[in-house]
Design a protein around this ligand. Structure first.
Ligand code: GLA
Length: 387
């Protein structure tokens, strides 16, 4: 062998080993969740009542109402689809879901991706059959059904595992999914226990919940959202902090509060999983979910999670650096009255003189020197891009 050939063979061998090691080390497809996953999940609106028909209706709506074009791709069934295991130990759906493979095919036929839910414990949080001792069976079953996303929810696993086994438990499912050969996004759901952000990526997670459950209220949403500061160093393309799914459009928050919810989640580079009934949605809700300039903040390919740069009482300023060198900035008013909030460009790392664009209004506001001020409504936000 001449030396060039030897070099080539060695390089190819190295590549093979590196690829295999990446497989064992569970770096799933590097293209998986390159930006925070976007889609819909059944839980926040339908909870345990969800049916095959509801999921198909969500898939239909995502396509017809423009959400798919805005980037919402995953259609995820949460808890309560499970029936019993058959004589071979393979999980079967319950009577609300007559044919999971057909459901997956329906979702795929629309150019969307199919998500499912389970628990590493014997039972899910709603007491359905979990994956305990059936991890490989379930991974194979999901792959056969065409599943593209698994939310894996701790629930009853604390009855059978100790907290220090949690990483191995999640890794086990990541490995089982990997062995199927199908790229499946793995969403860890264990409410932020054991500082999951420090190890979620290393066990094969593409996203991990950082908190307990959200609900459709200003108090809960804002507590969760604004407490994410400090976790930004753990997010990167392929691996995201997940402050839970969206409540936009579920009816118990005001328009300003839902805009705050969406703005904050986008600054946090959070997964955007709509949680409302997509087949009955107001134009106002759709506008919040699909504003392309706001979504672009979340989906920015640089994948930097934003953080808080200033706070005074109930007023907060959060920033997120973007690929094009601009900075997305949220001026938030958690107080009970409208208030003028001032952004000092130096605090945001912006140049002395910068152009400002209002992302919700999709309007250029002009060039400002030193600072920018805006009146922010109660529980509201002014979301801008500064360049
Ligand atoms: C937990 C999760 C929720 C949802 C329910 C389903 O509470 O955190 O997001 O999946 O279980 O039972």
């Amino acid at each position: 062998m001449n030396s060039t050939l030897r070099w080539l063979v060695r390089a190819m061998l190295w590549l093979l080993v590196a690829t295999a090691a990446a497989g064992i080390g569970l770096a799933q497809e590097p293209t998986l969740a390159a930006t925070p996953p976007m889609g819909w999940n059944s839980w926040n609106h339908f909870a345990c009542k969800v049916t095959d028909g509801d999921v198909r209706a969500a898939a239909d709506a995502i396509v017809s109402n423009g959400m798919k074009d805005a980037g919402y791709i995953y259609v995820n069934v949460d808890d309560c689809w499970q029936g019993k295991r058959d004589e071979h130990g393979m999980i079967q759906p319950n009577q609300k879901f007559p044919d999971m493979k057909a459901l997956g095919e329906y979702i795929h036929s629309k150019g969307l991706k199919f998500g499912i839910y389970s628990s590493p414990g014997p039972k899910t949080c709603a007491k359905h059959e979990g994956s305990y001792t059936h991890e490989d069976d379930d991974a194979r079953q999901y792959a056969a059904w065409g599943v593209d996303f698994l939310k894996y929810d701790w629930c009853s696993a604390d009855r059978v595992y100790k907290p220090d086994e949690m990483q191995a438990v999640y890794r086990k499912m990541a490995e089982a999914l990997h062995r199927t050969g199908r790229p499946i996004v793995l969403s860890l759901c264990q409410y932020g226990l054991e500082s999951v952000w420090t190890w979620g990526a290393s066990v094969g997670g593409n996203l991990w919940r950082t908190t307990e459950d959200i609900n459709d209220s200003w108090d809960r949403m804002s507590d969760i959202g604004f407490e994410q500061n400090g976790l930004e160093k753990y997010a990167a393309p392929g691996h995201w902090n997940d402050p839970d799914m969206l409540e936009v459009g579920n009816g118990k928050m005001s328009h300003d509060e839902y805009q705050t919810h969406m703005s904050l989640w986008c600054l946090l580079a959070a997964p955007l999983l709509a949680g409302n009934d997509l087949s009955k949605m107001s134009e106002e809700t759709l506008a919040i979910l699909t504003n392309p300039e706001v979504i672009a903040v979340d989906q920015d390919p640089r994948g930097v999670q934003g953080h808080r740069v200033w706070e005074e009482g109930p007023y907060e300023i959060w920033t997120k650096p973007l690929t094009d060198g601009a900075i997305a900035v949220g001026l938030f008013n958690r107080g009970e009255d409208a208030e003028e909030i001032k952004l000092d460009f130096s605090a945001a790392g912006a140049p002395e003189s910068a152009s400002v664009r209002d992302l919700w209004a999709r309007k250029a506001l002009g060039t400002f020197t030193g600072s920018f001020s805006a009146k922010v409504p109660k529980h509201g936000v002014v979301l801008i891009k500064v360049k």
